[in-house]
Design a protein around this ligand. Structure first.
Ligand code: BG6
Length: 300
């Protein structure tokens, strides 16, 4: 799709000076957002935010130089929307179909304070039809912070809808070995690197010096990432999220991932907010679950 071929039904969402629809990588439609504070980029593929950058700061999100931008493949980096299951599932794609589906753009609006709000909806797909009837909406608000809201509504006649969700955020850091992650002390976690062993976080500040893949359960508080190399503090505030996942693939796993550079593990850490494992959501008919994450940063 050439940029001039962006369909009219997408072009109509452009807001002069604020929202532009372009051809992105892999000829996929991409939405560029400009605000009074900086820029963001979102692909319809996966409703995937791939970039958020405040003026005068390095990018907040990490996206791999080796990411695929292909139908059926997730984008490596940014904020994958994980739904309706987290992790591996026999015979199916890891982390659910939402991140590999093409979402529909439903609304864009410039908010008076100088930011932009975009609303996406997951269309019905053959995969979604095998679940109790639901709607999935995703609202992205770009200001001096990035606010992400995933709203799942059970519209079935009478079935509870049981699912996992997660905003699998990849943060860009200067050097992962000098990063400290706070806010999880005392939390119970499943250590996926040790076959899901149950442990309790003892550290005031988590440091990373090997592969880390942990699901922290019953964790609702904000998490902060102190990045001494970039002299920046990132804050992850959340609502409607009982789980926090911390992930860095480190050296061996990085080498096994075809869509990730061998050295890129040094420049990223995932701090993911959602409801997974025993925190999965069981939604009664007619009810909605809102997962809201606010990402902000300041210089230190
Ligand atoms: C994390 C999981 O959330 O995502 C890890 O806890 C997984 O186990 C990682 O390796 C990346 O997953 P994927 O499917 O994007 O390679």
């Amino acid at each position: 799709m050439a940029t001039t071929d962006i369909p009219e039904q997408l072009k109509k969402f452009e807001v002069p000076g604020r929202v532009t629809v372009l051809e992105g990588n892999g000829e996929m439609p991409k939405i560029e957002v400009r605000t009074d504070w900086g820029t963001a980029e979102i692909y319809l593929h996966g409703a995937h935010v791939t970039e958020f950058q405040k003026r005068g700061e390095p990018p907040l999100l990490f996206t791999s130089q080796f990411s695929r931008f292909e139908a059926g493949q997730g984008i490596r980096g940014g904020v994958p929307v994980i739904f309706p299951w987290f992790g591996a599932r026999e015979g199916e794609a890891a982390h659910g179909f939402a991140r590999v589906s093409d979402w529909e753009l439903h609304e864009t609006s410039a908010v008076p304070e100088g930011g932009v709000t975009l609303r996406f909806r997951l269309p019905e797909t053959p995969e979604s039809a095998t679940w109790p009837a639901f709607t999935a909406n995703y609202v992205v608000t770009v200001t001096d912070r990035l606010t992400l809201e995933l709203i799942i509504t059970n519209i079935s006649a009478g079935q509870p809808f049981s699912f996992e969700n997660c905003l699998h955020t990849y943060f860009h850091v200067g050097d992962v070995r000098t990063v400290s992650i706070t806010g999880l002390k005392g939390a119970a976690y499943l250590d996926k690197v040790e076959n899901f062993a149950s442990k309790t976080e003892a550290a005031d500040a988590i440091q990373i010096s090997s592969e880390v893949d942990r699901v922290y359960l019953d964790t609702t508080a904000a998490v902060e990432i102190l990045d001494s190399a970039l002299k920046r503090k990132i804050r992850v505030e959340k609502r409607g999220s009982a789980s926090t996942v911390v992930w860095n693939p480190w050296i061996a796993k990085a080498q096994q991932m075809p869509d990730f550079g061998n050295e890129e593990y040094q420049q990223m850490v995932c701090v993911e907010s959602g409801n997974v494992s025993k925190n999965k959501i069981v939604l009664p008919p007619g009810k909605s679950a809102v997962l809201k994450v606010v990402l902000s940063s300041e210089k230190i």
